[in-house]
Design a protein around this ligand. Structure first.
Ligand code: HMG
Ligand code: MG
Length: 310
């Protein structure tokens, strides 16, 4: 008899941050704010809004303060932001985030390319961030990139993942996200990486963040559900990518994940129809069709029923 799956899953929609950070064309602040508004209207309760990184490195996130000022906060919704160092934290704090995300990597090569320092140095930069955030009453999450493979180093071992999990735990990070930056993970390998995090964190403080480059993300999420993990980062319309991981495509689409979870009888609190609207909105802003398969199918079905009703 297979183990029971979780009955409720928590999704962080990372679309406004991960989804848009890699867009080459500037996306106006009002559309980022509009996306956050639509996500919360769809019932998304955790939204990764922006990042406080160098605008020279990631120009798309340069309007971080304006986006945080522009969002209309809804009760029960938690707003997350990425911060790589104290400079980012000091800029982020007055914008009243609920959760800050420090982002490290399991591979040394990716750490150097993404945040310009070694893994150990990154932890020393995160240490005061975690201390200050906890003192300010904010939750601190740690993202561990390249946990299933690195565009520069290649293979990444579960030992390398566990090393960073342990380092993050040591500085007070409260939740760790195992991130497959380039989407090369497959279900059993994902379970092994996640299990290393579970040696140090309780099940509710471990999440999966899967880019869908090789089409494995839904299978990987199912593999996580099988071992009881119920927290995932997903991105509306399947947007996303990292400027420092060439060729890596979007995150798993929130619409696809919600569709699968609904089919499994697992609650998310998200209204799929309204989510599809949010995906269509931002895809329209970007001038392309949603990458989400479920989003496209549901939009096509609507089109047909509108024709039938006419
Ligand atoms: P650095 O050049 O090593 O930093 O960059 P520095 O301390 O030497 O400072 C250099 C300049 O940057 C200075 O400005 C600082 O003021 C400025 P200058 O004097 O030259 O004018 N600076 C900052 N400006 C704004 N905000 C800051 C900040 N810090 C320094 N926080 C740094 C280090 C981390 C800042 C840089 O490498 C950077 O911004 N990298 C961007 C990394 C990034 O955003 N990557 C994408 C997000 S991670 C991701 O997508 C993965 C994830 O989704 C999980 C997954 O899928 O794997 C989370
Ligand atoms: Mg990512």
């Amino acid at each position: 008899m297979p183990a029971a799956l979780p009955t409720h899953v928590h999704l962080v929609d990372v679309g406004p941050r991960d989804g848009l950070q890699n867009e080459k064309q500037p996306v106006a602040t009002e559309y980022k704010v509009g996306l956050v508004l639509r996500l919360q209207a769809a019932g998304v309760r955790d939204i990764e809004v922006t990042s406080f990184v160098s605008p020279k490195w990631v120009p798309q996130m340069a309007d971080n303060v304006a986006v945080m000022a522009g969002i209309e906060r809804a009760p029960g919704v938690r707003y997350h932001v990425l911060v790589p160092n104290m400079k980012g934290f000091e800029a982020a704090l007055p914008t009243r985030p609920d959760e800050v995300v420090v982002f490290g990597a399991a591979s040394e090569a990716f750490s150097q390319r993404n945040i310009n320092c070694s893994v150990e140095q990154s932890i020393e930069r995160f240490r005061p961030v975690a201390e200050a955030a906890l003192a300010a009453g904010l939750k601190v999450r740690g993202a561990i990139s390249t946990a299933l493979g690195c565009p520069y180093q290649g293979e990444v071992s579960a030992d390398e993942v566990e090393r960073v999990v342990r380092l993050m735990k040591g500085i007070g990070v409260q939740h760790v996200g195992i991130a497959d930056t380039i989407g090369v993970g497959t279900p059993r390998r994902v379970q092994r990486a996640i299990e290393r995090a579970l040696r140090h964190y309780p099940i509710d403080e471990v999440s999966g963040h899967f880019h869908d480059t090789y089409g494995q993300a839904l299978a990987n999420i199912y593999a996580c559900l099988e071992i009881g993990v119920a927290h995932f980062d997903t991105s509306v319309a399947g947007l996303g990518g990292c400027p420092y991981a060439k060729g890596a495509t979007g995150n798993v689409a929130t619409e696809d994940v919600v569709f699968m979870l609904e089919g499994l009888g697992i609650a998310t609190g998200i209204d799929l129809d309204a989510l599809v609207d949010a995906g269509a909105y931002i895809s329209g802003v970007l001038g392309r069709a949603p990458i989400s398969r479920a989003g496209k199918a549901l939009l096509a079905r609507r089109g047909k029923s509108e024709v039938a009703a006419a």
